[in-house]
Design a protein around this ligand. Structure first.
Ligand SMILES: *Cc1c(COP(=O)(O)O)cnc(C)c1O
Length: 235
C-alpha cells in the first residue's frame, strides 16, 4: 500500500513550551503519587494519559520532549494526522478514548495500542474482524455509561457482563473498564460503581478521572487518569 506522505515534517520541540510542560508534569506526577500513597496505593500505580484532542503537532512535539509517552485521542482521523511520521512512535502508547464507529474499527486497530471505548456487540464484531485482518490486537477497555445518560456512549452497567462474554467468544481480550461520569453529578459514586464492576469481573485496569476529578478517581482505584486541561490548559 502506498501512503501519501504527511505534508509537514514533525516539528522540532520548542524549548519554552517543553519547559512549561516539564514543570506541569512534575507537579502533577508528585500530586498523583501523593494521592495514591494517601490511600495506601503505591507511587507509580496510576498512569497519566495525556489527552491531546485539538492540540497542535507543535504541542505534541513539546510533550514528547517533556517526556510524555502515553497519549489519549478522541478521534481516529485526528489521531492519524497527529502522529503521522512522528519519530519513535514505537515507544509511545496511543489510547483511543472517544467513541468509535464500526466503519473506523480497522483504522483504529491499525493506529491504537489501546481502545478504551468498546461499548456494544457490533463494535466487538468489527474489532475482532479488524484484528484478524491486521494481525494486531490492541488492548481493550469497555466503556460503561455509569450515569445511564441517553446521549453518552458506553454500555449500561447491567449489560457489561453480556458484552464481556460476547468479546470473549470472539477471542478479544478486555483488560478493564472506562467511564465518564455525568458532568452535573458528584463523580465518586460513578467511580465506585466502575471499580465494583471491574472487581466483579476480575478486570485490573480502570480508566477514570479527568482534570476536574482525578484525585477522587485515584482514591476510588483508577489505574489510568486522562488529563487534558491540567496539562495543556483550556481548549
Ligand atoms: C477530553 C477528554 C478528557 C480530558 O478532559 P480534561 O477535563 O481536559 O482533562 C478525558 N477523557 C475523555 C474521554 C475526554 O474526551
Amino acid at each position: 500500500m502506498i501512503e501519501a506522505p504527511f505534508p509537514t515534517a514533525f516539528p522540532v520541540p520548542d524549548p519554552a513550551g517543553s519547559q512549561v510542560l516539564t514543570q506541569r508534569i512534575a507537579g502533577l506526577t508528585a500530586r498523583i503519587d501523593a494521592a495514591a500513597l494517601a490511600c495506601g496505593r503505591a507511587a507509580g500505580a496510576v498512569t497519566l494519559t495525556a489527552v491531546v484532542k485539538t492540540q497542535t503537532r507543535q504541542t505534541l512535539a513539546d510533550a514528547l520532549s517533556a517526556g510524555l509517552t502515553v497519549f489519549g485521542e478522541n478521534r481516529v482521523q485526528e489521531a492519524r494526522d497527529h502522529w503521522a511520521g512522528v519519530p519513535g512512535r514505537e515507544r509511545l502508547e496511543l489510547r483511543l478514548i472517544g467513541p468509535l464507529q464500526t466503519n473506523k474499527a480497522l483504522d483504529a486497530v491499525r493506529l491504537f495500542d489501546v481502545i478504551e471505548t468498546l461499548d456494544r456487540p457490533a463494535l466487538a464484531d468489527a474489532l475482532a474482524k479488524a484484528c484478524a485482518k491486521t494481525g494486531r490486537s490492541p488492548r481493550l477497555l469497555v466503556q460503561v455509561n455509569t450515569g445511564a445518560e441517553p446521549q453518552k456512549a458506553g454500555v449500561l452497567p447491567d449489560d457489561v457482563a453480556a458484552l464481556l462474554a460476547h468479546a470473549r467468544t470472539l477471542g478479544l481480550r478486555v483488560d478493564g473498564l472506562m467511564c465518564i461520569p455525568p458532568v452535573d453529578e458528584p463523580p465518586e459514586p460513578h467511580f465506585t460503581a466502575l471499580a465494583d464492576l471491574a472487581a466483579r469481573h476480575g478486570l485490573g485496569v480502570l480508566s477514570m478521572g479527568m482534570s476536574g476529578d482525578w484525585e477522587t478517581a485515584v482514591r476510588c482505584g483508577a489505574t489510568h487518569i486522562r488529563l487534558g486541561t491540567a496539562l495543556f490548559g483550556a481548549r
